[in-house]
Design a protein. Structure first.
Length: 318
């Protein structure tokens, strides 16, 4: 079978971009991939020239590809890149992820630091779930806030001025739709893609893959032979997100640009939120207080993770 050639050169095509049907060879795919990430960073003013960037490196496809791309883009800037991984203490899963995270850090030639729930909170996730027993929330309801908190703490510890994560366009579109369907559209205003939090204890978090689809990330990893963790977390049963994901996958068959349309809607919402924020109770730049227990930035008296740790401690002492 004849392999068609790239629309931009004579080399064999490696991929057909679904939304404009352009055929691209490996070189042109990589070139446009890096260009798109740089454009996204510029569009949302995600990074400054002298930023020290911590990257959340789980070992999954999004984070290892992000590290590879950022290491390449960073060569043109004076920013510094440091990888941080979180060890939740999930048996038969995290060890495997850390293996791929280490490989990725070596490949990109960046410092790599691992922070564990056990060391920071006093409990592994598995241990905490055992203490909490049957009558508890889902594992992700504990793990999510713990990870957010520890990532912030880890980023501060390594001296970072920005924290980047591998959330991609599909994740962002799913989140927006989930907020709409749960009647919580204003939540979208909290996730302003332009970093704005002023609290010193909070390292601003940005997502350079906001306009890069999951499919592009998988193609990048495969074409560049970047190994990543393929195993899913045994606790990952976010059924609602899965349903939204299926809806978007089906819609994308007829309208491959639908993900970008949703992201554009989210952007318009942020613009609108900026215009009317004085009239909104929840605006995109919510007021931040210090948690009464740990001093971390939070919207309430106690941060989420301190509240959950208190729940675990109480259960343990029962
Ligand atoms: Fe944690 Fe849930 Fe993610 Fe597993 S799926 S790592 S429990 S947040
Ligand atoms: Zn706290």
């Amino acid at each position: 079978m004849d392999i068609p050639s790239c629309d931009m050169c004579e080399h064999p095509a490696a991929w057909r971009r679904p939304w404009d049907n352009t055929l691209v060879c490996i070189m042109h795919f990589n070139k446009s991939f890096l260009k798109k990430v740089q454009k996204t960073i510029n569009k949302y003013q995600m990074l400054k020239r002298d930023d020290i960037i911590a990257i959340g490196l789980s070992g999954g496809k999004d984070s290892v590809v992000l590290l590879d791309v950022m290491a390449k883009l960073q060569k043109n800037h004076s920013t510094k890149l440091i990888a941080i991984s979180i060890d939740e203490g999930i048996e038969n899963y995290r060890e495997n992820g850390l293996h791929f995270a280490k490989l990725a850090a070596e490949r990109a030639n960046v410092d790599h630091h691992i922070f564990s729930y056990k060391e920071f909170f006093g409990y592994d996730l598995d241990e905490a779930l055992m203490i909490l027993g049957e009558n508890r929330l889902s594992p992700c309801s504990y793990c999510g806030p713990f990870r957010r908190k520890l990532l912030n703490e880890a980023a501060r510890k390594v001296g970072a001025t920005k924290l980047i994560t591998g959330h991609n366009a599909d994740d962002e579109a799913q989140t927006l739709l989930m907020n709409v369907m749960r009647g919580d559209l204003l939540k979208t205003l909290h996730s302003n893609p332009i970093p704005k939090f002023k609290n010193k204890a909070f390292v601003n978090r940005v997502k350079p893959f906001r306009r890069t689809t999951e499919q592009e990330i998988v193609v990048y990893a495969n074409l560049n032979q970047i190994p990543y963790q393929e195993m899913s977390c045994p606790h990952a049963v976010e059924a609602y997100r899965g349903k939204i994901r299926n809806i978007l996958t089906n819609l994308s068959v007829d309208d491959p640009g639908v993900i970008f349309s949703i992201i554009n809607s989210a952007d318009s919402l942020h613009d609108l939120g900026g215009l009317v924020s004085n009239n909104l109770k929840h605006d995109g730049n919510k007021e931040i207080f210090d948690c009464k227990k740990c001093g971390e930035p939070t919207n309430n008296d106690l941060c989420n993770s301190c509240r959950l740790i208190i729940e675990i401690e109480n259960r343990e002492n029962m």
